[in-house]
Ligand binder design. Structure first.
Ligand SMILES: O=C(CO)[C@@H](O)[C@H](O)COP(=O)(O)O
Ligand SMILES: [Co+2]
Length: 217
C-alpha cells in the first residue's frame, strides 16, 4: 500500500539542520516535516520562518510545516514566504478555523488541520471541502520521542470513512507522534497516507533503513 514518509527534523541535530535535510532527501524521504512550537500552545519552543527559509535551500522536497502555535493566522504568509508547501494548523488553536485554512490555500500552500488526541473527528465536518489533509496527532503535541496512543488507529479509520462517505477521497490523512515500524502497517491499513516520524527514523542504524521500515510492502 502506498504511503509517504515525512521525517520530522525535531529529532535532527539543530546545529546542522541543512545537512540533516540533505541527508534525509538522499535517504528517500518524500516530505520534510517541520515542527513549529511557540511555548504557549505547547510547552516547548522550536524554530520560525528564518530557519525554515534557511533549510529551504537544502532540499527540493515539500516542506510540511506543522504549526503548534496560538493565532496561526497571523503568520501564514511568513511561513509561506519562507518556503512552506504544506501548512497545518491546530483545530484547538483556531477560533476562526475556516478563515485560517482559506488563508493557507489562498497563499498557494496545501492546507492541513491537526487534531489533538482528545479532539473528536466530528469537528472536521464543515471544513472537508477546504482542506488538503488531516493531521492526526498520535501523541500530545510538544515533544518528540513519546509513546504512540493506540486509539489513534481507530480515529484514522473513522476519519477515512467520514471523508470517503462525504466524497472527499483525495483529502489525505497524516499521522504524527510515536510512529514506528510496528504501528505503521495498522495506520496505513486504517487509511493513513503520510507517516511522520522523528525518533524512529533518527534512531535507526541509517536514515534510509528508518524511512524504509515505515513503508508498507
Ligand atoms: O509534532 C510533533 C510533536 O509535537 C512531532 O512531529 C514529533 O516530532 C514526532 O516525533 P516522534 O514522536 O516521531 O519522535
Ligand atoms: Co509534527
Amino acid at each position: 500500500m502506498f504511503v509517504q514518509v515525512a521525517p520530522s527534523i525535531l529529532s535532527a541535530n539543530f546545529a546542522a539542520l541543512g545537512r540533516a535535510v540533505e541527508e534525509l532527501t538522499t535517504a528517500g524521504a518524500d516530505i520534510i516535516h517541520v515542527d513549529v512550537m511557540d511555548g504557549r500552545f505547547v510547552p516547548n519552543l522550536t524554530i520560525g520562518p528564518p530557519v525554515i527559509a534557511a533549510i529551504r535551500e537544502h532540499t527540493n522536497l515539500p516542506l510540511d510545516v506543522h504549526l503548534m502555535i496560538e493565532e496561526p493566522s497571523r503568520y501564514i504568509s511568513d511561513y509561506r514566504k519562507a518556503g512552506a508547501d504544506m501548512i497545518t494548523v491546530h483545530m484547538e488553536a483556531c477560533t476562526h478555523l475556516h478563515r485560517t485554512i482559506t488563508m493557507i490555500r489562498d497563499s498557494g500552500a496545501e492546507a492541513g488541520v491537526a487534531l489533538n488526541p482528545a479532539t473528536s473527528e466530528e469537528t472536521l465536518k464543515y471544513i472537508y471541502e477546504e482542506i488538503d489533509l488531516v493531521l492526526v496527532m498520535s501523541v500530545n503535541p510538544g515533544f518528540g520521542g513519546q509513546s504512540f496512543i493506540s486509539s489513534s488507529v481507530r480515529k484514522v479509520a473513522n476519519i477515512r470513512k467520514l471523508l470517503n462517505d462525504s466524497g472527499y477521497r483525495s483529502v489525505r490523512i497524516e499521522v504524527d507522534g510515536g510512529v514506528t515500524a510496528s504501528n505503521a502497517p495498522n495506520l496505513v491499513t486504517a487509511g493513513a497516507g503520510i507517516l511522520v516520524a522523528g525518533s524512529s527514523i533518527f534512531s535507526a542504524p541509517t536514515l534510509n533503513e528508518g524511512i524504509r521500515s515505515l513503508r508498507i510492502k
